[in-house]
Design a protein around this ligand. Structure first.
Ligand SMILES: [Zn+2]
Ligand SMILES: [Zn+2]
Length: 133
């Protein structure tokens, strides 16, 4: 994740104190339902912000991920709901990643590494990990 081990330890302690995680030991971390919903919410806000940047501000798709990371935390639940409506209730982000609750949409999609050389394909998704790169 590109952070120092001490930062991870401190963050995990804080998350445990605030009841985001239910105890961690031996490299296992379990999210509480509270944290699970918080993670889903920030993911939704991130993806809706990407759409906002593409549709309203005409950003090229490859610039939206970093930009959305800066904005996503400032969006209230009320604004999130409004964005969702105005952006046409998207099921995927502009990179083709499913909004939380829509994961089944991509379950039959095949990874490029499993495609034979020379085959013709439509690229539908750039994974969030790849967006970072
Ligand atoms: Zn993104
Ligand atoms: Zn995306």
């Amino acid at each position: 994740m590109g952070v120092a081990p001490a930062t991870v330890t401190m963050t995990l302690r804080r998350m445990q104190r605030d009841e985001w995680i239910s105890g961690h030991r031996r490299r296992e971390i379990h999210l509480t339902e509270l944290e699970r919903e918080a993670a889903r919410s920030v993911t939704r806000r991130h993806m809706l912000t990407e759409w906002l940047l593409v549709k309203i501000f005409k950003f090229p798709i490859f610039e939206t991920h970093d930009e959305a990371h800066r904005i996503e935390h400032a969006i209230s639940p009320k604004l999130e709901e409004r964005m969702y409506e105005i952006l046409g209730k998207p099921e995927l982000c502009p990179h083709g990643n499913p909004l939380p609750g829509n994961e089944s949409l991509t379950k039959d999609w095949v990874s490029l590494v499993d495609i034979p050389v020379g085959a013709e394909v439509i690229i539908r998704r750039v994974h969030e990990f790849a967006e970072d790169n």
